[in-house]
Design a protein around this ligand. Structure first.
Ligand code: UD1
Ligand code: UDP
Length: 355
């Protein structure tokens, strides 16, 4: 059996890494097809280096662009490769434009599609990610759902039960496989001049937050308020989209916030693990905070990770007045919750199902 792993962005490289490692372990015939959606060193290559992943066999170098343009280029490029180097199954992960293009190209060629992290729903179709997830789920043959909750969402949309396999989320595998290695690395906390549990960690990059001046300004104002109340530094490894939009809107770093380049996965695991609180709009960070036992405040109006809210590790605060209350509640939180995303065997279970 031949497997094509299609990926293109930072979170896909990280969350596909346990599956790639499993393919290697099983001696499977597989290849990696990178769309090039992310291409800056700190959004792409650094993860192949940190996670010691094999080079992609193909890279489409599609780069950035409007949704239609970017997805269209990927669709055409992936189709050519699948025709030339035909796999039995294409695996995609998550909810990016790469996922939509990979799933669509494969299904039109009648190649089986496996969607890793299937069945997540924010129920907000204004988000490009929600459209990508729904589309990918409905054209997939194997739906690897992280939780029973995501399985239910899929069943509610009429997807047959026999296509759905609960595996947990590969993010748990990634954290478990790399945290000890990360802790043996040079201490990144020292580099940023912070101490264990002596700082907040933040990332903000969602289009709906950073492409809107008022929303972005309101988030930065909240950071200033948080800093002035708790007198702790805020470390903010900023996504290139956020940096670009701050420049466009002429916004600067608030007092107490250290804006830095995005960091590699091993450094980031250390930063997450040592943080007093994580404040984010990232999907992956909501999950990782929960796994590390670090409370999380999500600066969005909804989440497709409700399991984190149910176990008590995360609060969805929006971007307005509720942020300060959410921070106050979560900072005092006892991190005694159980991670709902499995025990770190999602990669293994996924490949086992295909075999
Ligand atoms: C994409 C995903 C989002 C995911 C995020 C992970 C879609 C629709 N969105 O958003 O779901 O959470 O990746 O990080 O697929 N840029 C660079 N270098 C890069 C990549 C991007 O400078 O390597 C800049 C460019 O200015 C680009 C902007 O970031 O225009 C946005 O990149 P894009 O890939 O379109 O979307 P993301 O915001 O990264
Ligand atoms: N991450 C990282 N370095 C950073 C910021 C994030 O390695 O500077 C990792 C983080 O650990 C997580 C993933 O990137 O696994 C999340 O990616 P992102 O927030 O860009 O996307 P999302 O999960 O929201 O789709």
């Amino acid at each position: 059996m031949k497997v094509a792993i299609v990926l293109g962005t930072r979170p896909e490289i990280i969350k596909m890494s346990p599956i790639i490692r499993e393919c290697e372990k099983q001696g499977l015939d597989y290849y990696i097809l990178h769309t090039g959606q992310h291409y800056s060193h700190e959004m792409d290559r650094v993860f192949f280096e940190d996670l010691e992943l094999p080079q992609p066999t193909y890279n489409l170098d599609v780069g950035s662009g409007m949704h239609g343009e970017q997805t269209g280029k990927m669709l055409a490029g992936i189709e050519q490769i699948l025709l030339k180097d035909t796999p039995d199954v294409v695996l995609v992960q998550g909810d990016t434009n790469t996922v939509l293009a990979g799933a669509l190209a494969a299904s039109k060629l009648h190649i089986k599609v496996g969607h890793v992290e299937a069945g997540l729903r924010s129920f907000n179709r204004d988000m490009p990610e929600e459209i990508n997830r729904i589309m990918a789920d409905h054209i997939s043959d194997y739906l690897f759902a992280p939780t029973e909750n995501s399985r239910q969402y899929l069943l509610n949309e009429g997807i047959p039960d026999e296509k759905i396999h609960i595996t947990g989320n590969t993010v748990v595998d990634a954290v478990f496989q790399n945290l000890e290695i990360a802790k043996r690395k040079t201490n990144v906390l020292e580099k940023f001049g912070v101490e264990q549990k002596g700082y907040f960690l933040t990332t903000i990059h969602r289009a709906e937050n950073v492409d809107n001046k008022e929303r972005l300004q309101s988030i930065l104002n909240a950071f200033e308020q948080i800093h002035s109340k708790y007198e702790l530094p805020m470390i903010f490894p900023a996504h290139p989209r956020t940096v670009k939009m701050m420049e466009n809107f002429d916004l600067t770093a608030p007092e107490g916030t250290q804006i830095v380049e995005p960091v590699g996965y091993l450094d980031f695991l250390q930063l997450e693990n040592g943080a007093k609180l994580i404040i984010t709009d990232s999907g992956g960070l909501q999950e990782e905070a929960c796994i590390h036992g670090v409370p999380c405040v999500t600066l969005r109006d909804n989440t497709e990770r409700p399991e984190t809210v149910e176990v008590g590790s995360n609060v969805v605060a929006g971007i307005g007045a509720n942020i300060m209350d959410a921070v106050e509640t979560m900072i005092k939180k006892n991190s005694d919750w159980t991670n709902p995303y499995g025990n770190g065997t999602a990669g293994e279970l996924t490949i086992k199902k295909l075999l």
